[in-house]
Design a protein. Structure first.
Ligand SMILES: NC(=O)C1=CN([C@@H]2O[C@H](COP(=O)(O)OP(=O)(O)OC[C@H]3O[C@@H](n4cnc5c(N)ncnc54)[C@H](OP(=O)(O)O)[C@@H]3O)[C@@H](O)[C@H]2O)C=CC1
Ligand SMILES: O=C(O)[C@@H]1CCC=N1
Length: 258
């Protein structure tokens, strides 16, 4: 199966790599192909002509910025009639995509962990049956994937699409905390990363509520409660909730600009 990825930038490049690794024949596009050396080295064909890429492909991914999606769809509209087209563009609805072409559209939202096969990808579509099975086969090469009602897609964008950025802020703060109490940089980073990974794995495997796992860690009168007290005073929960809310609202605003 041949897959075209239009807009081989940060996420498009990651998608092209994941699909190539899974054995798909991949053609990727961007205007400045000199910036796609890494993809070329992996055996991915990189060209600047979207029409040529689409003509040769069975499935098309669109990973350009929201402001460009209209132009790109207009450019390829006649070639994608009846073709499966998966857009990962934030804030652009199925209804808006369908304004430009009569393709079989899927709206998906992965995150940058596609690069290590650990994305959370949600998708919405009106397709059914074998076509949905194909969509899931493709999206599973990125990591976990789940079908959702389209009304959830902006919130998914604000939560898991943008999520790696929030987690890296927290992670960096943990490392700095380690530095502040005198740990060497490498040790602080390794301890913070493994703590994050281990906690996520623990929560996933035990399916316990985060509060329950937190109670396991907090020894009465011990060290952890003093740390948790500071986090609560710093309003970390409202800060994270506001971050998800702001990014979700931005996704909703982007959709009005296409
Ligand atoms: N970054 C992320 O983690 C995620 C991003 N997304 C979505 O993916 C999209 C891209 O985001 P991101 O990867 O961060 O942005 P980038 O700017 O890194 O990638 C966009 C790419 O599109 C290329 N491009 C621009 N115009 C065209 C065109 N006419 N034809 C073909 N390619 C073109 C650009 O390259 P050139 O200038 O060389 O043409 C650029 O590399 C956005 O819509 C975003 O909402 C979704 C999930 C996660
Ligand atoms: O920042 C953005 O707009 C994109 C969408 C989700 C992650 N990155």
């Amino acid at each position: 199966m041949r897959v075209a990825v239009l807009g081989a930038g940060t996420i498009g490049g990651a998608i092209a790599k994941a699909l190539k690794k899974a054995g798909y024949d991949v053609v990727a596009t961007r205007r400045r192909i000199e910036k796609a050396k890494e993809l070329l080295e992996l055996g991915i064909e990189v060209i600047s002509d979207n029409r040529e890429a689409v003509e040769k492909a069975d499935v098309v991914f669109i990973a350009v910025k929201p402001s460009k999606v209209g132009d790109v769809l207009e450019e390829i509209a006649d070639l994608i009639e009846g073709k499966l087209v998966i857009s990962v563009v934030a804030g652009v609805s199925l209804k808006e995509l369908k304004r430009f072409a009569k393709a079989k559209f899927v709206r998906a939202m992965p995150n940058i962990a596609v690069l290590v096969g650990e994305s959370f990808t949600a998708y919405a579509t009106e397709l059914e049956g074998e076509e949905v099975e194909l969509v899931e086969r493709l999206l599973r090469t990125f990591g976990d994937c789940v079908r959702v009602e389209e009304e959830h897609m902006d919130a998914i964008t604000g939560l898991s699409g943008s999520g790696p950025a929030y987690v890296t802020v927290f992670l960096e703060a943990m490392v700095y905390g380690g530095l502040r109490v005198g740990l060497p940089r490498d040790l602080a980073k390794r301890a913070s990363l493994q703590t994050l990974l281990g906690t996520a794995k623990l929560l996933m495997e035990t399916e316990r509520h985060p509060a329950e796992v937190r109670e396991w860690v907090i020894t009465p009168g011990g060290t952890t409660i003093d740390g948790v007290f500071e986090l609560e005073e710093g309003k970390i929960r409202t800060a994270v909730m506001k971050a998800v809310d702001a990014a979700t609202k931005k996704s909703r605003i982007l959709s009005k600009r296409v």
